[in-house]
Design a binder for this molecule. Structure first.
Ligand code: NJP
Length: 242
């Protein structure tokens, strides 16, 4: 897909991987709707996108786990941009605890943001892609949609779930010329680990831009091609979490 003038909604765009993906789409001439909860961070991301990447960006604050907020956010994008071509479900979090220490609320947050959130954003966006005759849905899952680790039960449950969602949904979407790709990164140097209270050596980790370049590559392939899953890892990852 040629990205020029295509409209993309990117969740988790206020930080890390989502912000880098937004910039990577914008630099190709795409119009990016930046979705996350924090308006201030989104405004800063928009500024960076416009100044450093000469891109067009729209700030659309929303909690992806809220049906009402997602509905409104998608409608705002459609009203402002005339439609939608690309959906990137990237918003996420990690709370790493042994199961007996994990609260129900912490468990629910993983499922509500990374699984329900991806479902809601896709559900309310997909009629726009169908009505335009095609498009692309990218789900940022994880290596931990295929692997396991101690203290990761909630995180892996959500990411394995999202991977299953993608695989089934792909079979419907392809009939409408919509491609579905899972991007499965290893460890990436973002604020994710600070927020998770997880001290780890990120010196060998991927950079957000590495994941963003991969997403842009996948999006730009001819429409007849779908990369169903891409595993991206540092050449020599720090494997303390594996
Ligand atoms: O994390 P971070 P990453 N509604 O913390 C947003 C996956 N991944 O970029 O709402 C809407 O910098 C939050 O914004 P805010 C990971 O699982 C990562 O590393 O304002 N948005 C922020 O923009 C996740 O799915 C690694 O707080 C919500 C963003 O999500 C994705 O990559 C490895 C939200 C998080 O940015 C991006 O993570 C891997 C909500 N309810 C997979 N809750 C890694 N970093 O190593 C959060 O395999 N956000």
């Amino acid at each position: 897909m040629e990205l020029k003038d295509k409209v993309a909604i990117v969740t988790g765009a206020s930080s890390g991987i989502g912000q880098a993906i937004s910039n990577a789409i914008a630099v190709e001439g795409g119009i990016v709707a930046l979705v996350a909860r924090s308006r201030d961070k989104l405004e800063a991301a928009k500024k960076e996108c416009e100044k450093d990447f000469k891109g067009k960006a729209l700030v659309v604050p929303a909690d992806v786990s809220s049906e009402d907020e997602v509905k409104k956010a998608v409608q705002t994008v459609v009203d402002e941009c005339g439609g939608l071509d690309i959906v990137v479900n990237n918003a996420g979090l990690g709370i790493f605890k042994e199961l007996d220490q994990m609260s129900v609320d912490e468990w629910d947050r993983h499922i509500n943001v990374m699984l329900r959130g991806a479902f809601l954003v896709t559900k309310y966006s997909i009629p726009q892609l169908y009505s335009r005759g095609g498009g692309h849905v990218v789900n940022v899952t994880s290596l931990w949609a295929a692997r396991f680790c101690r203290t990761c039960s909630a995180y892996t449950a959500a990411k394995f779930g999202l991977r299953g969602f993608s695989q089934s949904f792909r079979l419907e979407a392809r009939d409408r010329n919509v491609r579905v790709t899972d991007v499965m990164p290893g460890t990436v140097d973002t604020p994710f680990f600070t927020k998770a209270n997880w001290e780890t050596d990120l010196s060998m980790a991927l950079h957000s831009e590495d994941v963003a370049k991969t997403v842009a590559f996948v999006l730009k392939l001819p429409d007849r091609v779908v990369i169903e899953e891409v595993v991206i890892n540092s050449i020599n990852p720090f494997e303390s979490t594996a």
